[in-house]
Design a protein around this ligand. Sequence first.
Ligand code: GDP
Ligand code: ZN
Length: 364
Amino acid sequence: MSSNNSNSSSAAISGWNQYWHDLFVKFEGPYLPGRVCTVQKTRYEVMVQDGIISIPVSGAMKSKKMFPVVGDFVVVLNQPESVTRMIVAILPRKTALERGGAGDSAGKQVLAANVDTVFIVTEPGSDLSISRLERYLLISRSSGALPVIILNKSDTCSDITDQVEAIRSEIKGIPIIPVSAAEKSGLDNLNPYLGPEKTVVIIGSSGVGKSTLTNALIGEKLQEIGDIRDDDGRGRHTTTVRHLLSLPDGGSLIDTPGLREIRIWTAEESIAETFDDIQEYATQCRFSDCTHNDEPGCAVRQAIEDGVLNQDRFIRYRKILKEVSFEREKAEIGLKRFEKKKFREISKLSKEITLDRNARGGRL
Ligand code: GDP
Ligand code: ZN
């Protein structure tokens, strides 16, 4: 059998298409294409044409600290005469959902690769928070994937279209889709994101219905995930929870604990995109380093005064900016030094308070 498989013969690999095929064929030799389904300690469950195998990465990759993540398309060495199959390369990632410091700082951790769409799940009612949605938007945008807002639990509310409009008035240009995962209604509207070759992840706060939605999308499929064949030939049966799941229409859903816990981490470019209107006003401020506090000629404050910029939105923008710079600082100077610096600041502050008190003759 030829080692470089044609596109069609790799159809069993979720998400595989011509794009990956073109990258894969550059590797000439006894190789198989595959996709990482689950990351274990030192082994990877990799979906290949004829099933799922559990294999390690090559020593060369290990020494270069090149470790695949769930969703990675990989090149698997498949020498019939050798006992061990292993991952020898990762095809360049199209998108990467990351957790870690902002910007380019070190300490980033890729949670999932090659995700096309991020379903940001929320629910109607008092818990619906625009600022939280904006944060999740930042997460998906910095990954390169397309965000879609899913307003779940539509069955619990009679004015779901009003709720959709309320979100739409604040968050522009993002699809907002009401569904009821529990009653399996409205799910058809998610189909455009779930077709063959598509990969989605579901993120959102606890309790909004991520598990319920996952189960509704996976359906019966969850039961027939397929054999895990251990490469030593012992045909071990493990009960590992698979992290890349196949959807009935041929797409894939990535669900890892890390993704479920994903919260806020950001990148400046994404902020610029999410708050592009504010950044646009800021370019018209008299001073280029305007902090929009009390400088003269501040176009941002003017826009708020004129009623063209929502003050709450501006406050949220500031809050996120502050978090980003805090995150960056933490990553850049390291947690230890950060804490030292904080301690110095606190002692400086207390010194200032003491001086101030002394100046006032000991009165507080
Ligand atoms: P997760 O923490 O985001 O994974 O949320 P779960 O999927 O565990 O759901 C949290 C709770 O919300 C559970 O009690 C679900 O039964 C309920 N729930 C999920 N989806 C819906 C829905 O569409 N409608 C209603 N009424 N309840 C839902
Ligand atoms: Zn300004």
